[in-house]
Write a protein that binds this ligand. Structure first.
Ligand code: AMP
Length: 306
């Protein structure tokens, strides 16, 4: 099943303790699309400026991403810049230049409107809503967001939450929206705003999936070297929804397995700068790491005191 995604396609400038890369291909919808395309066809809704090179579009198209909904307009492409400290989990945003996103009005091509699976990747919640308004009868809508929109557009973000089945967010964002530092309580507060499923991403530790009183966990795949964690959350989202759309099931067990797939995809992207690891990634590598993650998390569930 095809997935419709809206979100940023960007140039990123990234600084890690070891290296700095300028103007590399980034953006939440871009990471999402590349990851999801391993599992399902993707229809992309986004905008880029006239400075955006054809080779990046060729890369997406080469992975089967439908670019009919990608607008190319005069002006500069969205630019984001971030710096990682010695503790790679801590990231400082240095710049967010919306550029062509400031005046972007998404218009869905007719063929996109019948989308059953929708991912509202990180972008202004107003744009997420505009896309949702144009989709006829989606089966499963998942959304992502970030602290910038929680700080500046919480009311609009809450309208998005009222219309989605699942929200994916990191632990800091969950505490911020949920208004409590206890993650289970925060998840409950978020669920009360709309999404029945709340997936809280825990960076290098994994993710928890909350559905009512049901709680499940997936670990992150342990890596001995992290080169650049940028895009790990969006890549997680791509694996998560990509798997769900392919399986055609939103049953709790499917969502748990989907989060494990997200965890696997997210781990790959950390092993090189930007999208580079996704470029060379193969199905066989994904399969092998999924198997390794299953064994990493597995233990004999037999009773301890029987
Ligand atoms: P992640 O590391 O998964 O949080 O995603 C990082 C990606 O999100 C980068 O490629 C950025 O281009 C993109 N990004 C950062 N800030 C924003 C924002 N405010 N809106 C949309 N995308 C953003």
């Amino acid at each position: 099943m095809t997935i419709l995604v809206v979100g940023s396609v960007a140039f990123d400038t990234i600084e890690t303790p070891a290296e700095r890369r300028e103007q590399i291909l980034g953006g939440a919808a871009n990471y999402f699309s590349l990851a999801a395309s391993f599992f399902s066809p993707v229809q992309l809704v986004a905008v880029v400026g006239d400075d955006f090179p054809q080779e990046h579009l060729d890369l997406l198209q080469g992975r089967g991403v439908d670019l009919t909904g990608l607008q190319r307009v005069p002006g500069k492409t969205f630019h984001w810049s971030g710096r990682y400290g010695e503790n790679c989990n801590e990231r400082e945003t240095l710049a967010t230049d919306l550029n062509v996103y400031a005046d972007f009005r998404p218009t869905l091509p007719l063929a996109y409107r019948a989308a059953r699976y929708v991912f509202l990747a990180n972008i202004h919640p107003e744009l997420q809503l505009e896309v949702l308004d144009q989709v006829e009868a989606p089966t499963f809508v998942a959304a992502d967001t970030m602290n910038l929109w929680i700080d500046t557009s919480l009311d609009t973000l809450k309208k998005v939450l009222g219309r989605v089945d699942a929200l994916l967010l990191n632990e800091g964002e969950a505490r911020q929206i949920g208004g409590t530092c206890n993650l289970l309580e925060a998840g409950r507060a978020i669920a009360a705003m709309g999404p029945k499923t709340v997936v809280i991403k825990l960076g290098e530790y994994g993710a928890i999936i909350l559905q009512g009183e049901a709680r499940r966990f997936v670990p992150a795949f342990p890596l001995s070297e992290v080169v650049d964690p940028t895009g790990a959350g969006d890549t997680f989202g791509g694996g998560f929804l990509g798997y769900i759309a392919r399986a055609g099931s939103t049953a709790p067990e499917s969502l748990h397995r989907a989060a494990a797939v997200g965890s696997v995809l997210g781990s790959f992207v950390c092993q090189d700068f930007g999208i580079d690891r996704l470029k060379s990634l193969t199905e066989a590598e994904i399969e092998a790491r999924f198997d390794a993650l299953t064994r990493y998390a597995g233990y004999d569930p037999a009773p301890l005191f029987a």
